[in-house]
Design a protein around this ligand. Structure first.
Ligand code: SF4
Length: 512
C-alpha cells in the first residue's frame, strides 16, 4: 500500500456506501473502527445531502481488539435492523477491519434476520471505490432480481428499459438521470427501474421485466449489466451520451434496441453547442491545446467533444481507473497521444507541466494543479468538490448536457476581456503592465515589454509602498493612466511623496 495525501478514489467500501446512500430502504452495516465514520462527511458535506448515509459502523476501538469484535458486529446488525427497519442489508468491512479478519458475511448469515442480507467481499488493499460500487451493485442485483419473472408481450405495450449506474456522490448523476429519463420519454420508451439512485430493494426485484438496459456509467453498472444480459437476455447500451455527437449516437442505439424511430427526437434537437462553437470567436477554441484526465468514461467522452465539437487539440488523455485502461488506450490512439493511466496525481501534474496545455479538463485534483500552473480548467469527472454539486440543473449527458459542457469548458477560456485587450493593446504604453488576466492569476501572462521606454513626468519623490500597493488594485488596463494622472496631480501641487490619499485626491480631481 502506498501512503499518499490525496487519492482519486476512496477504498472500495466507500463505493458500497455510494450505492447504499443512493438507494432507499437499504442499510449498510460496516465493520469499521471509530475513525472510519469520516466517510459520512463525503455525503453530507461534499454532496450536501440532508441526511446521514444509511450506514451503521461497528466503531470498534483499540481496546476492543483483545475482546470479541464479532459480538460487536452482531449487536450492530441487530440494532440497525430494529432501528432502521430496512428492506435489505449489505454487510462488510472497512480497510482496517479487514485486517482483524472477522467474517461479517458469516456472522450476519448466522443471525437469520428476516430480510435479505447481502455480504460484500471488497478487498481494500487491491481495489478501489468504483470497483467497490460496481461489485456492490452487482451483488445486490444478483441477490435480489427475481429470475422467475416473465416479460409481457412486447407488441401490446411501449418498450421498457432499466437505467443503470447513477449513485450518490457521482458527478452530476442526479441531473444526468433526469435528462436521460426525459429523452427516453420523448422517444416513447418507459423506464422500468432506474438504479441504484432512488431505487429500493423491491425495485431491483423487478429488473428482469425490462426489454433492455441503458448503462449510463460503465464504471458502476457494467458488471451488473453483463449479469442481466446473461440471465434475462437483456441487451445493453454501449454509448455514453456525453456530448452532442454521442447523444445522437445514443439515440440511434436506443432506438434500435427499442424498435422505435429516432428521427422525431433527433429532429427536435434543442442543443446550442454546434452553432455556438461555430459562431464564437474561433481564436478562443480552434486548435486550443487541451489536457484531459478523469475516470475513463468521462475522459474519453470529453476528448470526443473537445476534438470533434469544439475544435480543440487533445494533447494529453488519461484516467485513474485501471479497470478501463484498455478503452482509454484506444481513445488515446485516436488522438495520437500517449495514454496516461495512473492514480498518482503527481504524475498527472508532471504531464500537465510538460505539455503546457491551454486548457485542462479534469477532476478536482487537476483543478488544483491547473490553478497552481495558472492554466484555465473545468471539471469533467469525479472526484469533485462541493461546488460541483450545484443547486441548479446541470447535467453532463444528453442535449442539455452538451450545452452545459460548452458553458463550463469555454468560459474559463473567454472569461473577462483582459486577454483580448492585452493582445489588442500590447504595444500601447498604457497596457504594458506585467499583470496577466485576472482569472489566470498575476503570473499567467508574461510581462509585455514596451518597445520604447515610456517617459513619465518626473516627480521629486516616488510612491509610498502603500500607495503603490493600492495602485495595483486598479485594473491593469487603466492603471497606467491612473499612475500618470496621479503623478501629474502631485507635480502640480508640489507633493513630494504620493500616498494613498494623494491617489484618491487625484482620482476625485480627474473625475470632476
Ligand atoms: S483505513 Fe481505509 S477507511 Fe480508514 S481512513 Fe484509511 S482509507 Fe479510510
Amino acid at each position: 500500500m502506498k501512503l499518499t495525501v490525496w487519492t482519486y478514489e476512496g477504498p472500495p467500501h466507500v463505493g458500497a456506501m455510494r450505492i447504499a446512500t443512493g438507494m432507499k430502504g437499504l442499510h449498510y452495516v460496516l465493520h469499521a473502527p471509530q475513525g472510519d465514520t469520516y466517510a459520512d462527511l463525503l455525503f453530507t458535506m461534499i454532496e450536501r445531502r440532508d441526511a446521514r448515509p444509511p450506514v451503521t459502523y461497528t466503531t470498534f476501538q483499540a481496546r476492543d481488539l483483545g475482546k470479541d469484535t464479532a459480538e460487536l458486529f452482531q449487536t450492530a446488525c441487530r440494532d440497525a435492523f430494529e432501528r432502521f427497519a430496512p428492506e435489505a442489508m449489505i454487510v462488510g468491512s472497512s480497510c482496517t477491519a479487514e485486517l482483524i479478519q472477522d467474517d461479517p458475511a458469516g456472522m450476519a448469515q448466522s443471525m437469520n434476520l428476516p430480510i435479505p442480507v447481502i455480504p460484500l467481499e471488497l478487498p481494500s488493499y487491491s481495489r478501489k471505490e468504483n470497483w467497490g460500487a460496481a461489485e456492490t451493485f452487482y451483488h445486490l442485483v444478483r441477490g435480489l432480481a427475481d429470475r422467475a419473472l416473465v416479460r409481457s408481450d412486447r407488441a401490446a405495450r411501449r418498450p421498457l428499459c432499466n437505467l443503470l449506474g447513477p449513485t450518490a456522490l457521482g458527478f452530476r448523476h442526479r441531473d444526468d438521470l433526469a435528462e436521460i429519463r426525459r429523452l427516453l420519454e420523448d422517444m416513447g420508451i418507459d423506464v422500468n427501474v432506474a438504479a441504484p439512485m432512488n431505487a429500493s430493494p423491491a425495485d431491483l426485484v423487478r429488473l428482469g421485466l425490462a426489454d433492455f438496459n441503458v448503462v449510463l456509467y460503465p464504471e458502476i453498472a457494467d458488471t451488473a449489466a453483463s449479469w442481466l444480459e446473461r440471465t434475462f437476455r437483456q441487451p445493453r447500451t454501449r454509448v455514453v451520451p456525453i456530448g452532442h455527437g454521442a447523444t445522437c449516437d445514443f439515440i440511434h442505439e436506443v432506438a434500435k434496441l427499442a424498435g422505435v424511430d429516432p428521427s422525431p427526437v433527433l429532429n427536435s434537437d434543442p442543443s446550442r453547442i454546434g452553432w455556438w462553437s461555430r459562431s464564437i470567436d474561433s481564436t478562443y477554441l480552434t486548435g486550443k491545446r487541451v489536457f484531459i484526465f478523469g475516470d475513463a468514461t468521462h475522459a474519453i467522452a470529453a476528448a470526443r467533444v473537445a476534438a470533434d465539437e469544439l475544435g480543440f487539440k487533445v494533447v494529453g488523455l488519461g484516467c485513474y481507473n485501471r479497470e478501463f485502461a484498455r478503452d482509454l488506450r484506444e481513445a488515446a490512439a485516436r488522438y495520437g497521444v500517449e495514454p496516461l493511466i495512473t492514480d498518482d496525481y503527481l504524475e498527472v501534474e508532471d504531464a500537465i507541466q510538460a505539455l503546457q496545455p491551454e486548457l485542462v479538463l479534469g477532476t478536482q485534483m487537476e483543478r488544483h494543479i491547473a490553478k497552481r500552473l495558472h492554466i484555465p480548467c473545468a471539471v469533467i469527472s469525479a472526484p469533485v468538490h462541493v461546488q460541483d454539486f450545484p443547486a441548479r440543473y446541470s447535467p453532463q449527458m444528453g442535449f442539455e448536457g452538451a450545452n452545459v459542457l460548452f458553458d463550463t469548458w469555454v468560459h474559463p477560456l473567454v472569461m473577462g476581456l483582459e486577454e483580448h485587450l492585452l493582445t489588442m493593446f500590447r504595444d500601447d504604453f498604457e497596457f504594458n503592465d506585467a499583470a496577466g488576466a485576472s482569472h489566470l492569476g498575476h503570473r499567467a501572462a508574461p510581462a509585455v515589454v514596451p518597445e520604447q521606454p515610456v517617459a513619465l513626468p518626473s516627480i521629486a519623490a516616488g510612491w509610498t509602498p502603500d500607495a503603490e500597493k493600492e495602485l495595483m488594485k486598479i485594473p491593469f488596463f487603466v492603471r497606467g493612466k491612473a499612475r500618470r494622472n496621479t503623478e501629474a496631480f502631485a507635480l502640480e501641487r508640489g507633493i513630494s511623496a504620493i500616498t494613498i490619499e494623494t491617489l484618491y485626491d487625484a482620482k476625485s480631481h480627474f473625475a470632476r
